[in-house]
Design a protein around this ligand. Structure first.
Ligand code: ATR
Length: 279
């Protein structure tokens, strides 16, 4: 295989993946290069043929191709199939194999923050979109017993739980979740609520969060959402979305190169790019 890696999405101009991966390649003295390609949805099939023809060794997939790309791959890993989306592809001797490192990236970043075993923890996921699906499937795969879902549209959360096949996950409205928050050790916001420019909105009130609980927001713009700020005031430990972004990238890097990149260095590269500090 060659030395070219990349990203396909539409658009990709704001992606931090090229700088993050290129610095990680350089720091391990690998002769590889990572390039972002903006691929119109109607050009996806042609782009995948091009990737095969050119011998691109691996690539990431982002919005809007994470689900549709699956039609063009030769093999899909079991977790990615469960999630129903692919964010990482490895080219093995001309065969394209799809993976999903989004949920595992989140788990990796959580483990960096939380050294205690996670299996006995109770987790509440807020939201029922693609990110929630990846995180739910990964946490269940990890063996975490209590993973509940709260969503504005309760029927979507119910559908997510049914799809996961996990009968013990409970589903709540956002109002119910606000009241029950104190029961959870780890609470993850996977919605876009609080993302720039709507920074004043909170996905759910944190009034009842337990002191020492972990609040994770997958948003990293702004770096510290008002939800995380409010959680800190209540004594929660907080984590922003940089960890999940870097985690998914680090796991993709490892799939492609069989080498572990330096997580902290990748995180610093992204933070420098965003011009802030982690929280
Ligand atoms: P992604 O793939 O990034 O997870 P998505 O599939 O569009 O994004 O999912 C967005 C999630 O954010 C959903 O859970 C959505 O709630 P609904 O299922 O009710 O639509 C949630 N969301 C988006 N805007 C919201 C808002 N203003 N208030 C509450 N939840 C919101």
């Amino acid at each position: 295989m060659g030395n070219l890696y990349g990203l396909i999405g539409y658009p990709t101009s704001h992606s931090m993946s090229p700088i993050m991966h290129n610095q990680a390649f350089a720091s391990l003295h690998l002769p590889h290069h990572y390039q972002a390609f903006s691929v119109h949805p109607q050009q996806l099939a042609a782009a995948i043929s091009g990737i095969k023809a050119l011998g691109v060794s691996g690539f990431n997939v982002t919005i809007p191709h994470k689900v549709t790309v699956m039609d063009y791959l030769d093999e899909i890993d079991e977790l990615a199939a469960n999630i129903g989306a692919v964010n990482t592809v490895k080219n093995v001797d001309g065969k394209l194999i799809g993976y999903n490192t989004d949920g595992a990236g989140f788990l990796l970043s959580l483990k960096q923050l939380h050294s205690a075993p996670l299996v006995e923890k109770s987790v509440l996921i807020i939201g029922a979109g693609g990110a929630a699906r990846a995180i739910l499937a990964t946490l269940l795969h990890e063996g975490i017993k209590t993973v509940d879902i709260a969503n504005r549209t309760v029927s979507k959360a119910e559908a997510l739980v049914t799809r996961s096949g996990n009968t013990s996950s409970r589903v709540f409205s956002l109002t119910e979740a606000a009241q029950l928050l104190g029961k959870y050790d780890i609470i993850v916001n996977t919605t876009s609520v609080g993302m720039s420019p709507h920074v004043d909105e909170l996905p759910v009130s944190v009034e009842n969060v337990s002191k020492g609980a972990v609040l994770c927001d997958i948003i990293y713009n702004p770096l510290e959402t008002n939800w995380l700020k409010a959680g800190k005031v209540q004594g929660a430990i907080t984590q922003n979305g940089i960890g999940m972004f870097v985690g998914q990238g680090a796991l993709a890097f490892e799939l492609w190169t069989n080498q572990k990149p330096n997580f902290e260095q990748m995180e610093q590269t992204v933070l420098n790019q965003l011009g802030g500090k982690t929280c």
